[in-house]
Design a protein around this ligand. Sequence first.
Ligand SMILES: Nc1ncnc2c1ncn2[C@@H]1O[C@H](COP(=O)(O)OP(=O)(O)OP(=O)(O)O)[C@@H](O)[C@H]1O
Length: 542
Amino acid sequence: MASTGHTAPGPAGPAADPAVRATGIVKRYGSTLALDGVHLTVRPGEAHALVGRNGAGKSTLVSVLTGMVRPDGGTVAFGGAPAPGWGDTAAWQRKVACVYQKSMTVPELTVAENLYLNRFPGGRAIRWRTLRARARELLAEYGVAVDPADRIKDLGVEQRQFVEIARALSCGARLIVLDEPTARLDAGGIERLFGKLRALRAQGVAFLFISHHLQEVYELCDTVTVFRDARHVLTAPVAGLPRTELVRAMTGEEPAAARPVRTAGPPAGEPVLRTEGLVLDGRFAPLDLTVRAGEVVGLAGATASGNTAIGETLAGLRTPGGGRITVRGRPVRTGSVPHAIEAGIGYVPEDRHRQGLIPGRSVAENATLTVADQLGPLGTVLPARTREFAHRMITSLDIRTTGPGQPVAGLSGGNQQKVVIARALAREPSVLVAVRPTNGVDVKSKEALLGVVREVADGGSGAVIVSDELDDLRVCDRVLAVFHGRVVAEFGSGWSDHELVAAMEGMAGGGSGPGGPRERYPGRPAGTDGTDSTDGTEGTAP
Ligand SMILES: Nc1ncnc2c1ncn2[C@@H]1O[C@H](COP(=O)(O)OP(=O)(O)OP(=O)(O)O)[C@@H](O)[C@H]1O
């Protein structure tokens, strides 16, 4: 089934040496075999997707290809020449760069300073004017419309990514790895990113694209490689590869027949969560929301719509300007995470790195952070009970780990997300509030996770899913579309992708013809720049 190197030749032609060729790569972490003799070839000008389930080994290979991790076996060559020596960071940067979902730039420094970090022109004394002029030229060369004097922290995600790409190219790199680059972009940002990547490909720059959004793989890439359980299982041209076959390669199973995720009947239970006049100035207008037992309610909205701010306010992360929240009829003290948890609000944050996990602690400890007081008398945590609880979560959420004692830092990104969800479920909350719960989660786990949310509701609690992903929203009984801080439309279970996306874009009841960004990225409505709400840039004042 595998066929390496079967790719559409880039502008450099089929005879050119590959941008990168990795062969026989082996990497072990203790008893975990993360890469088992994998291979990968990316040609100049090619956009090559690397896909696989959470824990398949994608990030480990990226670390090997960028000189961050030393493999236990195998070879890497760039443009036909052996990879730089271990530890020669500058030499690796001249070959390859990785643009992560998380910015690798220094937020307090300007764009110009970031572009020339550790390689300032002009000898010892830094000539700031020269630096800025060079930066301006560099950005213009790659068509990046950013002011070199701006601080990185004031840029949106999209602009930061362009700055990182420009920096990599100016170091001489001709291979750029993009690790989930669209995760925090809206439809317009994705279009602009893809447009820029196409232009750079025409100049011979090669891209390795890591994504759980298979639709984007089909949109952008000409070749796809699949890893499964640390092994290479497939390399094939994207054109003509049926999606079912791609999923089969990723999972090793026949794709399950499509089944509706939404299983519950019309909501009939008591209200479990209620907001009355809940308002956060500059983020969302007074909101009256009722979530009943047995119900999953979606808050759909683009990045800056205010839907995330609503979720964060329910979780106690933000203090509302007015209004009240009640859980099963009891008022919740707002603006306090401990009180929200105590009242029965479970929360799955979008940004698990900042709000979710303690990396050095074990899976068991992280999964039980909210229940430590219930696991032992007088505030002591009994390891046996902690482990037992963690075992249950590992099984029910299919967390790929060596065991409850493994530090979460050693889990793949998607499996870390599952630990965050386990933690939110630990207290058996009256209402679960989940922000983009399937972000970074593989195609099979997505279904399992949404199934768990559904089960929470079917078990007599309520759930709120805050997301712009249509697949997340399909599990909901009701979806409220939020635009500019207001609920602009409400849908029962029978919504069409088109009408929901139109509502999220502020065109409730409207719509437009096919062919626009909405049609191509049905899960990502166009909106303002893709900076998340916790960066403090979200929202238009209602
Ligand atoms: N630093 C580490 N210490 C221990 N184990 C690790 C470490 N990094 C990765 N692993 C393990 O190696 C395997 C491959 O992980 P990797 O992060 O490469 O997967 P991935 O395909 O990128 O997954 P995801 O889609 O979830 O990001 C996993 O079993 C993971 O637990």
